[in-house]
Design a binder for this molecule. Structure first.
Ligand code: ADP
Length: 317
C-alpha cells in the first residue's frame, strides 16, 4: 500500500499506531553527530538537491513560531530563492490552516509531490486528516512520519527547506538533528522570562547536536495602540535582545503584536503576502537577509560547516 494511502487510513481512522516497532529513543546526553548513530540516512532524491535545511524552533508553543517560519520562508522566496517548508509540529500542525494548500499528489516512483503556496512547497500532516481531528500517534510513529516527510517527498531543487519544529526539545528535534544535516536554527521567543527560560533549553539542544544558531526572533515585542501611537511593551521589553547577546547570535527582528497577523493566519493568507510593505512585512524581509548573512559568516568561519551527518549521507547514496 502506498505511503499516502497508509498515512491517510491511519489518520482518518484515528487509530493509535501499534505496529511500528519501538525504536530506541535517542538520548540527549548522546550527541547526535557521532559515528554509528542509528538514524537511517535519507534516500537519494529526496533532499539531495536541498542546499540548506533551516529549523525554526521555540521553547514554548503559542509564541508565533509557525507564523515566523512561514513568513520567513515566503520572504526568502520573495528574495528569489527556491523554498519549501515542512510542518514537523505533528501534534499541533498549523501550516495548512495558514496556507490552505490541498493534498499532495503521488508521483510514479512513489514520492509525494508537495502542494505549493505562493511558490513555496508545503508539507504538513494536517493535509491528510480532516480538520479538527487529533493526530493520535506514539513517538515512533511520529518519528516515522517526519522521516517520510524528509525522504519520500519530492522536494526537488531548493535553496532552503524550512522545518517548523514542535515547541520544546523532544524526540522530533533529535530525530531531525541526527537524520539530516541541519544548516542552522532560528529561535523564536516572546520577550518575557517564562518564554526565554524554555528557549534557552532549545539553544542548549542545538548546541549539543552542533547545529549553529542563525539568530533569535522576538515576536509579540510590543503593541502600538491606535489611540496614542505609543509602543506598549505588554510582555516586558528586550528579552529577545538579551537572549541573542547571551548566546552570541544576532537578533533577527522584533515583531510587534498586530491583530492583522492573527487574522491573516486564520484566513489562510500569510501576512507578508497580504501586507508586504507593512512594518511586519518589511521586518520579515530584513530577517531573511540577515539570516543569510549570518549563515555565510558561519560557513566562512567553519562553524556553519555541515558535520558528520552530511558525510554519512553522501557516502550512502
Ligand atoms: P506557535 O507556532 O508558536 O504555536 P503560531 O505561529 O501558531 O504559534 O501563532 C499563535 C497565534 O498567534 C496565531 O493565531 C498567530 O496568528 C498569532 N500571532 C503570531 N504572531 C503574531 C503577531 N506578531 N501579532 C499578532 N498575532 C500573532
Amino acid at each position: 500500500m502506498s505511503f499516502l494511502k497508509k498515512i491517510q487510513e491511519k489518520f482518518s481512522s484515528g487509530r493509535v499506531e501499534r505496529e511500528v516497532p519501538q525504536a530506541p529513543s535517542p538520548s540527549p546526553s548522546a550527541p547526535a553527530r557521532t559515528p554509528g548513530a542509528q538514524a537511517a540516512p535519507p534516500k537519494a532524491g529526496a533532499l539531495e538537491r536541498v542546499k540548506n535545511l533551516i529549523a525554526v524552533g521555540s521553547g514554548k508553543g503559542g509564541v508565533g513560531k509557525s507564523t515566523v517560519a512561514l513568513n520567513l520562508a515566503l520572504s526568502l522566496a520573495q528574495e528569489g530563492f527556491k523554498v519549501g517548508i515542512v510542518d514537523a509540529d505533528i501534534h499541533g500542525p498549523s501550516l495548512q490552516q495558514m496556507t490552505r494548500t490541498g493534498r499532495p499528489t503521488m508521483t510514479d516512483d512513489d514520492f509525494l509531490e508537495p502542494p505549493e503556496y505562493e511558490g513555496v512547497k508545503v508539507m504538513s500532516v494536517a493535509m491528510f486528516a480532516p480538520a479538527g481531528q487529533a493526530q493520535i500517534m506514539r513517538g515512533p510513529m511520529v518519528t516515522q512520519v517526519i522521516r517520510q516527510f524528509l525522504t519520500q517527498v519530492n522536494w526537488g531543487e531548493l535553496d532552503y527547506l524550512i522545518v517548523d519544529l514542535p515547541p520544546g526539545t523532544g524526540d522530533i528535534h533529535l530525530t531531525l538533528a541526527q537524520m539530516v544535516p541541519l544548516s542552522g536554527a532560528v529561535l523564536v521567543t516572546t520577550p518575557q522570562e517564562v518564554s526565554l527560560l524554555d528557549v534557552r533549553k532549545a539553544v542548549h539542544m542545538f548546541q549539543t547536536v552542533n547545529v549553529p544558531i542563525l539568530g533569535v526572533v522576538e515576536n509579540m515585542s510590543y503593541f502600538v495602540c491606535d489611540g496614542c501611537d505609543k509602543k506598549h511593551f505588554i510582555f516586558r521589553e528586550g528579552g529577545g535582545r538579551k537572549l541573542a547577546a547571551e548566546i552570541g547570535a544576532p537578533l533577527l527582528g522584533e515583531l510587534p503584536i498586530d491583530p492583522r497577523v492573527a487574522d491573516s493566519g486564520d484566513a489562510g493568507v500569510a501576512f507578508v503576502v497580504s501586507n508586504p510593505s507593512s512594518i511586519v512585512g518589511q521586518a520579515y524581509l530584513e530577517m531573511a537577509k540577515q539570516m543569510k548573512v549570518q549563515q555565510a559568516k558561519l560557513q566562512r568561519s567553519g562553524d556553519g560547516a555541515l558535520g558528520y551527518f552530511l558525510l554519512e549521507w553522501k557516502q550512502n547514496v
